[in-house]
Structure formats: C-alpha cells, structure tokens
Design a protein around this ligand. Structure first.
Ligand SMILES: *[C@@H]1O[C@H](CO)[C@@H](O)[C@H](O)[C@H]1NC(C)=O
Ligand SMILES: *[C@@H]1O[C@H](CO)[C@@H](O)[C@H](O)[C@H]1NC(C)=O
Ligand SMILES: *[C@@H]1O[C@H](CO)[C@@H](O)[C@H](O)[C@H]1NC(C)=O
Ligand SMILES: *[C@@H]1O[C@H](CO)[C@@H](O)[C@H](O)[C@H]1NC(C)=O
Length: 405
C-alpha cells in the first residue's frame, strides 16, 4: 500500500516533468538557464532599514507603490533608505513601532542585510502592469516572468487585481502593539505528535500550503488558516495524493485568502476564473469550477498573486541552487513551503516556522499525517537541503523561529 502511493507520487511528478518538457519545448527552442541568474530585473542590495516604521497606520499598498519596480534604482535607493535618525525620532509613539521586528535583526546581521530587500513588492497588482513591466517580465520564464505567455492571458488576469487589498496580504490595524506575528505551517513529519496546535493558532496570521490536513491533527498543527499557498499543479496533486489522509477539500472560509504562485499559465487562468467566479474557459484545467476549490466567494481581495519578480529575487538571493546549472535547471524553483515562508518573512514582523525541514529530518516521516513512516521525497525541481540550510541560518540569527525537536 505504501509503495503503491510512492509509485503514484513518482508518476505524478513524471507527468509534471513531461508536461513541463512539452511546454518548454513548445514555447522555447532553447532553455538558457543562465537567464535565471540575470540580475537586471532586481535592484541592488538595499533596504537595510524597514521602510514602514515611520507610520504604521500607512496602508500596505502605499508601501508597495514606493517599492514600484518600474522606478529606477537610484529612486528606489532614496525611497528605501530612511535615515537612521528617523528610526529614533521621539515623536513616534510606541505603538508605531514593533520593537522586536525581524527587520531589526536583519539590519544588524552583515550577511542577511545584503540578502533582504524589504522594498520589493511581494504581490502583483494591477498598477504594476505597465508596458515596462510587460517588456521586462516577458524576458523571463515562469515563475520569474511571462516568457512565451500570451499578453491577453496575463493582462486579463493581472488587471483584475485592482482591489485595495490586492497589493497587501493583511492590514495591521487591530494588532495591539503594531506587531504582526505569523506562523507558517509546512507539512513535515516533525509535526506528528508535536502538540504545537495551540501555539500555532495563537499567531495573528497562519500560513498553510498544499496538503494541509487538519482534521485529526488539530493538537499538532492547529486549525487557524489565514493564507493558503499553492500552485494549481500542487493544489490539484495534493487533492489526489492526500485524499486517503482526508485532504479532500482545499481549505475554505470567509477569512481565508489564497496565494497563487505564478508557476505556469495555468495559475493565471485559474486565478482569473476564481476572481470572476466562472468556469476555467481553456487550457489544462478547462471546465474546472473555481468554487469547488475556493468556495463561493469570488472577489479580487480574496486572491493574491506572488509577483514574478519577487519569486526571482527570492531564488537569486536566498535559494540559488546548484540544480539551476544541471539538466533540471529549467524545472527548478523554490518549494511551495519555501515561497510561503519567505513571503511571511517579507511581510510579517515576527515569523515562526513549523513543519519545515530540519537537520534531523530522517527521524521523521515525509508528512505529519502519514500513518507509517515514509522517507522525505527529494524531487529534482526543489533543493530541500539548501532550504534546510537557509531555515537553520535564519533561526540561528534570530530572524525567525524554526520549530525543531
Ligand atoms: C500616520 O498616517 C495616518 C493616516 O495616513 C495619519 O492620519 C497620521 O497623522 C500619520 N501619523 C504620523 C505620525 O505621521
Ligand atoms: C533615476 O532617478 C533619479 C532621481 O529621480 C534621476 O536623477 C536619474 O536621472 C534617473 N536615472 C535614470 C537612469 O533614469
Ligand atoms: C476592478 O476591475 C473590475 C473589472 O474591470 C471592475 O468591475 C471593478 O469595479 C474594479 N474594482 C475597483 C475597486 O476598481
Ligand atoms: C505519528 O505519531 C503516532 C503517535 O505518536 C505514531 O503512532 C505514528 O507512528 C506516527 N506516524 C509516523 C508516520 O511516524
């Protein structure tokens, strides 16, 4: 039984590879993985100082405007570098500052301050969709850009992201001390028997992803869900692969927001249909009813899209794997869990990671919901060991808390 499931997972992955190969073969005659390494879409390392400490009641969207990628880097440099004394201006009331924000830890770490750029837009929204952005992003393949994708497919999707909440994950109003505390829950076997559920649910916002089984595991993983992150491929594969563990439904609810990872044309088409509340008109998921995944509420504010440039930046700065130079280079991207955790690290003041890979991963099953222990599966399109190193160093420097046992 165990090995049958294994085979099924491998088969799913092979199918994924096959489609990717067909897809890339169709659209691009050459796959130049060095393009992945090009820096030109990203500004230079900047933003050692959080830009939102001056006035916490500023809405998030005005901050993303300030980090507008179409601005040239000297403009961004000015905008992202409030003078040191601004941080200490006595006119700020205590509630304007989150005193223990991870940004202050990043600032004092010589390595991390070069990696983090808190000015980069995390989410895509309509106002980013300028001719310049199109020209720039059409040079990069998914998930870093729009190479080979039709203008009308991208435009008709991104132009729907015009809600006031499209450019931000959450608003900080109502958070008592101005600090947003986030838990990101991966699906690692380390959570089996962990009894971390209460602690996870105590966070202001909880991120979950892919096969986030809750029923029967409430004590270990909690129940709260603020954000559910996925690619359409991982979401639908999770429904197939983890149905036997009770993952028969994508989490739904009034307060849940969905974070689409732009890994394929599929993601744009599904996102557009989800916002419009209409069946998927064409492509791989033709005929799917988005309500079956996300519930009946269709609105622009409920669905978020990671900015392709943000995914590019994360890959370049944090997870530039050796795999990029291998024959699988064109398939490589950070895992869904890594993208969600790094998203939280760029939007929350405090972040705790649960169910993410640790040094002793061999002691645990692949996922917390498995009955029999299964080894962690290493797929060719992710670099889990590199991710493990990153989590370890972010924990060591106090930038986030990694749950370990
Ligand atoms: C912060 O922003 C709010 C709303 O934008 C404004 O009313 C308030 O005066 C600002 N406070 C400071 C200290 O700038
Ligand atoms: C970038 O912006 C600065 C400040 O607005 C301006 O002086 C400079 O000429 C711009 N550089 C380019 C290359 O557009
Ligand atoms: C967003 O765009 C849609 C479709 O163009 C339009 O119907 C809607 O009113 C817009 N919403 C806002 C908040 O501008
Ligand atoms: C999960 O924990 C339970 C109880 O501690 C244990 O019986 C079970 O074998 C564990 N599952 C895995 C896959 O390790």
């Amino acid at each position: 039984m165990g090995s049958a499931r294994w085979k099924r997972l491998c088969l799913l992955f092979l199918i994924g590879i096959t489609f990717s190969v067909i897809f890339y073969g169709h659209y691009y005659t050459t796959t130049d993985s060095s393009r992945l390494l090009q820096q030109e879409t990203l500004g230079p390392a900047q933003a050692e100082i959080p830009q939102d400490v001056r006035n916490h009641s500023l809405p998030r969207e005005s901050m993303t405007k300030r980090g507008n990628p179409t601005k040239n880097s000297s403009e961004r440099g000015i905008l992202n570098h409030p003078k040191e004394k601004d941080l200490l201006t006595p006119s700020l009331s205590q509630s304007d500052l989150c005193p223990h924000s991870l940004k202050s830890k990043v600032k004092v770490d010589p390595t991390m301050r070069k990696q983090f750029d808190f000015g980069i837009p995390v989410l895509m929204e309509k106002q980013h969709f300028t001719p310049e952005t199109w020209e720039k992003l059409k040079e990069h393949k998914v998930p870093y850009g729009w190479r080979g994708l039709s203008y009308s497919a991208i435009a008709s999707t991104v132009q729907l992201l015009n809600d006031s909440a499209s450019g931000r994950l959450f608003s900080k109003t109502g958070l008592p001390d101005g600090c947003s505390r986030c838990a990101v829950v991966g699906n690692g076997g380390i959570l089996n028997g962990s009894r971390q559920g209460k602690e996870i649910d105590a966070h202001d916002f909880v991120f979950r992803l892919n096969g986030a089984v809750i029923k029967g595991f409430e004590e270990d993983v909690g129940t709260k869900i603020s954000f559910y992150g996925f690619t359409v491929n991982t979401m639908k594969n999770s429904l197939i692969a983890y149905a036997e563990y009770g993952f028969t439904q994508i989490p739904q609810g009034k307060d849940i927001r969905y974070i689409f990872i732009p890994s394929d044309l599929r993601d744009y088409i599904m996102l557009r249909s989800a916002i419009l509340g209409t069946p998927v008109p064409d492509g791989y998921d033709k005929g799917d009813e988005p309500q079956q995944y996300f519930g009946s509420e269709a609105s622009a504010g409920k669905f978020k899209l990671l900015h392709p440039e943000f995914v590019h930046y994360l890959t370049e700065r944090f997870l530039r794997s050796e795999i990029i130079n291998s024959q699988y280079g064109h398939l490589y991207m950070p895992s869904t869990g890594a993208l969600m955790l790094l998203t939280a690290l760029h939007t929350c003041d405090q972040v705790s990671a649960y169910g993410f890979i640790t040094d002793n991963y061999r002691a645990f099953s692949d996922h917390y919901f498995e009955q029999e222990k299964k080894p962690l599966v290493f797929y060719a399109n992710h670099d889990m060991l590199l991710e493990a190193e990153l989590w370890k160093s972010l924990h060591r420097t106090g930038i986030m808390k990694l749950y370990q046992r």
